[in-house]
Design a protein around this ligand. Structure first.
Ligand SMILES: NC(=O)c1ccc[n+]([C@@H]2O[C@H](COP(=O)([O-])OP(=O)(O)OC[C@H]3O[C@@H](n4cnc5c(N)ncnc54)[C@H](O)[C@@H]3O)[C@@H](O)[C@H]2O)c1
Length: 391
C-alpha cells in the first residue's frame, strides 16, 4: 500500500471541504514548527488505512488557519506535504517564500463569490488523448477557464509540446504532460499515481482517447476490431476504475464536493454507423458503462456522463491533408461526384441540420454544463448540430 496515495487526496479533500474550492497538495521537505499528524495504526488494509487517516485529520478540523506544511508520522515513517491553491503557491512554499498560514474563512468567502465563469477554475483535470484533436481543444478550453490540466497521451512528445506552449502562454504552470497507453491497465495506474503525486487529487477525468478503423464487417480482421474495442471501450473502464479510486479517497474527506468522469463518446454511440461497426459498438458500449458507473459512483459524489459529438470536420482525423478521412474518402470515390476534398467536406456538412461540423468550443460548452450541473448523472449529451436526436 502506497500511503502517499492515501494521505495526499485526504488532505486535499479536507481542504476542499473546509474552503469550498480546489487545492494542490504535493510532497515537500519538512519545515519547523508545524503540528505533526500522528497516525496510530499498523493497518496494511487500504480501507482501514483511509478510515484511520481521515479520523486523524478530523482532529485539526476546527483550525481556522491552514498550515503551509502537513507533516505526518505514520507507523514510524515521516511524510510531509504542502498545500496551496495552485502550483505557483506550492513552489513558493518549497522555496520558503511563503511564510504565513492561510486563513480558511477568507478563502471560503472568496470561493463563495465564484460565478459561472469559475466552474473549473483551479480544478485538476486529466484529459486522455489530450495531445491533438478534440483532446487538444478540451485541454486548451480548460486551461483558458483556469483549470490545471494533465495532458495524457501515447504521444508524449505531442503532450510535452502542448504543455510547454500553454505554460509559456499563461506564464505559469497550467499543464503537465504524462505518457499513457489507456489500453494498458498498469500504464493507466501509473498515470493516475502521477496525478495524485503532482496535484494530490483529481476533480475532472475526461476519457477522450479513441481510435477508429472503419471496415465492413464482412471484411474486417478481428485484430483491428479488438484494437478499437480495447482503446474505446475497455480503456474507458480502466480509466474510470483508477481515476474513480483516487476521487473516492478524496471524497472521504470532501463529502460535499462533486467530481466528474466524462467520456468523449460520439454520435456513433447513439446511432449505428455503416461499415464502422467496431467503432459504433465500442461507443454504444461506452454509454452502457457510463450509465452503470454513474449508478455505482454516485455514492462518492462522482458524476459520470458522456458527450456525444458530431464530426470534428476541422480536426486532424478528418482534415489531415495526407491521412485525413476527407482525402481518404475522395480517393476511395466514396462520395459520388466529389472532385475535391472541399466537395467531400461539403457533403458531410450538408448532413448536419446546422450545416457545419462540431468544434472545440461546442464541446467545451457541453463540458462546462456537465461540471456545473450537480443534479444529473449517467447521461449522454449530444453535440451534433441536430444531426442525431435523442428518443
Ligand atoms: N474527430 C471526430 O470527428 C470525432 C467525432 C465524434 C467523437 N470523436 C471522439 O473524440 C475522441 C478524440 O477523437 P479525435 O478525432 O480528436 O482523435 P485524434 O486521432 O485526432 O486524437 C486522438 C489522440 O489520442 C491519442 N491516443 C490514441 N490511442 C491512445 C492510447 N491507447 N493511449 C493514449 N492515447 C492515445 C493519440 O495519440 C491522439 O493524440 C475519440 O474518443 C473519438 O472517438 C471524434
Amino acid at each position: 500500500m502506497n500511503k502517499e496515495l492515501i494521505i495526499a487526496p485526504l488532505i486535499r479533500g479536507f481542504l476542499i471541504e473546509k474552503t469550498g474550492c480546489p487545492w494542490v497538495v504535493q510532497r515537500c521537505e519538512r519545515g519547523a514548527g508545524e503540528k505533526t499528524i500522528v497516525v496510530d495504526t499498523q493497518a496494511e488494509d487500504r480501507e482501514k488505512a483511509i478510515e484511520v487517516f481521515s479520523a486523524s485529520l478530523e482532529a485539526c478540523r476546527n483550525d481556522g488557519e491552514i498550515p503551509l506544511r502537513w507533516p505526518v508520522l505514520w507507523a514510524g515513517e515521516e511524510y510531509c506535504f504542502c498545500a496551496a491553491e495552485d502550483f505557483e503557491g506550492i513552489e513558493k512554499i518549497k522555496r520558503n517564500e511563503q511564510k504565513d498560514c492561510r486563513d480558511a474563512a477568507g478563502i471560503r468567502a472568496a470561493a463563495g463569490k465564484r460565478n459561472r465563469n469559475d466552474v473549473v477554475r483551479g480544478r485538476t483535470a486529466l484529459v486522455t488523448g489530450g495531445a491533438q484533436g478534440f483532446g487538444e481543444e478540451i485541454v486548451r478550453g480548460l486551461c483558458a477557464a483556469g483549470a490545471l490540466v494533465f495532458i495524457a497521451d501515447l504521444n508524449l512528445k505531442g503532450a510535452e509540446a502542448l504543455a510547454s506552449g500553454l505554460n509559456g502562454e499563461y506564464g505559469k504552470t497550467v499543464a503537465f504532460p504524462v505518457e499513457v497507453n489507456v489500453s494498458d491497465e498498469e500504464s493507466v495506474e501509473r498515470m493516475v499515481n502521477f496525478v495524485a503525486g503532482t496535484a494530490g487529487g483529481l476533480d475532472l477525468c475526461i476519457s477522450n482517447a479513441g481510435v477508429l478503423r472503419a471496415s465492413a464487417i464482412l471484411e474486417q480482421d478481428m485484430a483491428s476490431f479488438k484494437f478499437v474495442t480495447d482503446v474505446n471501450y475497455l480503456a474507458f473502464a480502466m480509466v474510470s476504475k483508477h481515476c474513480g479510486r483516487l476521487m473516492s479517497v478524496q471524497h472521504k474527506s470532501a463529502p460535499s464536493w462533486h467530481t466528474d468522469i466524462v467520456q468523449i463518446n460520439s454520435k456513433s454511440g447513439l446511432e449505428g454507423s455503416n461499415k464502422n461497426g467496431s467503432y459504433a459498438g465500442s461507443k454504444f458500449g461506452g454509454i452502457g458503462l457510463v450509465q452503470s458507473f454513474a449508478l455505482e459512483l454516485v455514492e462518492y459524489n462522482i458524476k459520470v456522463n458522456a458527450i456525444c459529438p458530431g464530426n470534428f470536420c476541422d480536426g486532424p482525423l478528418w482534415s489531415d491533408p495526407e491521412k485525413g478521412l476527407f482525402v481518404q474518402y475522395l480517393n476511395a470515390g466514396k462520395v459520388p461526384g466529389a472532385k475535391t476534398v472541399a466537395d467531400v467536406k461539403a457533403f458531410y456538412e450538408a448532413k448536419v441540420p446546422m450545416g457545419r461540423g462540431c468544434t472545440g468550443p461546442d464541446l467545451i460548452r457541453a463540458l462546462m454544463y456537465i461540471v456545473e450541473q450537480v443534479y444529473e448523472t449517467g447521461q449522454a449529451l449530444p453535440v451534433t448540430g441536430g444531426q442525431v436526436m435523442l428518443h
